[in-house]
Design a protein around this ligand. Structure first.
Ligand SMILES: [Zn+2]
Length: 133
């Protein structure tokens, strides 16, 4: 058990909120960013996303731990922008919202109790709420 996992055990006993940062740092054999980034960032909602895998592990190991995750696409896109791009390089909002909602749903299925868009781009909160209702 790495030192981060011990800290998480402490956090679970104290019911301290843990953020995605700990998810990344507790799995030393996983990188912060997946290596298979794509133009649409669809790896974000994939079961093979390291965040999804980490959420499943944390949820199983620390059932009383509150798991809160930032939801965005920039770690999963090959261009580094937090959205799907049109050919001209502008954000394709409908496609971006679809991917953001898929990432939020994937994180929730994996055990996240809180999912929060990392920016205030139009519609991100609304599409997430719609996905859960
Ligand atoms: Zn982002």
């Amino acid at each position: 058990m790495c030192s981060c996992m011990k800290k998480l055990g402490f956090a679970a006993r104290k019911k301290i909120t843990v953020i995605e940062y700990f998810c990344y740092t507790c799995i030393p054999d996983k990188l912060v960013f997946p290596s298979d980034q794509t133009p649409t960032g669809d790896i974000g909602s994939s079961p093979s996303n390291p965040v999804v895998e980490t959420l499943r592990r944390l949820s199983a190991s620390f059932p009383s731990l509150l798991l809160a995750c930032d939801v965005c696409l920039c770690p999963y896109t090959d261009h580094g922008h937090c959205g799907v791009l049109e050919e001209e390089g502008h954000i394709d909002l409908p496609s971006t919202l679809k991917e953001i909602a898929a990432v939020a749903a994937s994180f929730a299925r994996a055990g996240a109790h809180v999912v929060a868009p990392s920016d205030m781009m139009d519609g991100r909160v609304k599409v997430g709420k719609k996905r859960f209702h």
